[in-house]
Design a protein around this ligand. Structure first.
Ligand code: ATP
Length: 284
């Protein structure tokens, strides 16, 4: 399907989902200008027109039908999501004989937050590590379109470095000068009400402050996709609220965000929910 045909089909699919003509025209023209800038084929950037129309309708709260495993949040949003940034298809993983993930799919677009939920041991961290490329799946595929930032559930910091040395180290890997990395790190730390300029080694930081450091590192260099594995453990209430503000700013800036969470009362804050259920042992 050429670009013209794809855009026409998108317009028809949006109308079919009850999106009003003015918004349909806006979404189509945004998509057209993105395609012009990227120079890539629409199927590679946005996926099939029908699924993009569904994502737009979902983001506006206009689509009551949603698949069982990946639910869309009820809260409507104002700006439509953008191109696909993270595509996960049919991921399966077992540790020895024990299946942990079976055929898991997830699509996250620019400007969307996806929550990964599930009981302890349901494979949330395993799923995120696979998305981050730190662990190989037994089956399935992960495609990340753009740069990636990852905040682990624990670890991730170097005991003997102080916070700004972490920024410089991570920034270097993302093409930033020392000064740029420090400035970007300080800016993101300020959003979490944290002053990282002290020379305290990471091993002497509190657990919550170490997680702030991890979160800042994940966002350095403006990654397109940010994967966050329960990053708020140890945060006090104020920081926790700052954390969600930060996520919403990142979403507004067009990042695709995946956040692991146990806290089901957060789900109205996100656009998509992937629910993992503990897989049963196989006897074979
Ligand atoms: N390297 C490993 N070797 C063997 N089993 C593992 C390994 N890593 C994780 N597991 C097991 O796989 C299952 C899923 O672990 P995972 O950490 O992904 O779950 P989770 O949903 O993130 O858990 P939690 O909510 O407690 O953080 C658990 O039963 C865990 O014990």
């Amino acid at each position: 399907m050429n670009q013209h045909g794809w855009l026409d089909t998108l317009a028809a699919e949006l109308r079919r989902r009850g999106i009003d003509p003015e918004l349909t025209a806006h979404v189509v023209s945004e998509a057209a200008s993105h395609l012009r800038d990227s120079g890539e084929p629409p199927l590679a950037v946005f996926g099939p027109p029908g699924s993009y129309a569904t994502a737009v309708a979902d983001s506006l709260g206009a689509n009551p039908a949603a698949p069982e495993r990946v639910r869309r949040a009820a809260e409507p949003r104002h700006s439509p999501p953008g191109p696909v940034r993270l595509e996960v298809r049919g991921i399966s993983k077992r540790y020895r004989r024990r299946p942990v993930l079976t055929g898991v799919d997830l699509t996250v677009r620019a400007g969307e937050i996806a929550a990964v939920v599930g009981a302890n041991g349901s494979g949330k961290s395993t799923f995120l590590r696979i998305c981050a490329g730190l662990l190989s799946p037994d089956a399935g595929k992960v495609r990340v379109h753009g740069a990636l930032g990852y905040c682990p559930q624990a670890g991730g910091t170097n005991d003997f470095l102080h916070p700004e040395e972490h920024f410089v180290l991570v920034g270097a890997g993302r093409g930033m000068s020392r000064a740029q990395a420090r400035a970007a790190g300080r800016g993101q730390a300020a959003a979490l009400d944290w002053d990282p300029s002290g020379r305290t080694q990471a091993r002497h930081l509190s657990g919550g402050t170490r997680q702030k450091l991890n979160l800042v590192m994940a966002g350095l260099g403006e990654p397109d996709v940010v994967l966050l594995d329960e990053p708020y453990q140890g945060f006090d209430r104020g920081t926790y609220l700052d954390f969600w503000q930060q996520l919403w700013r990142w979403r507004a800036a067009g990042k695709a965000i995946v956040v692991v969470t146990h806290l089901l009362n957060q789900l109205d804050r996100v656009d998509t929910v992937l629910e993992l259920t503990p897989a049963r042992e196989t006897t074979a």
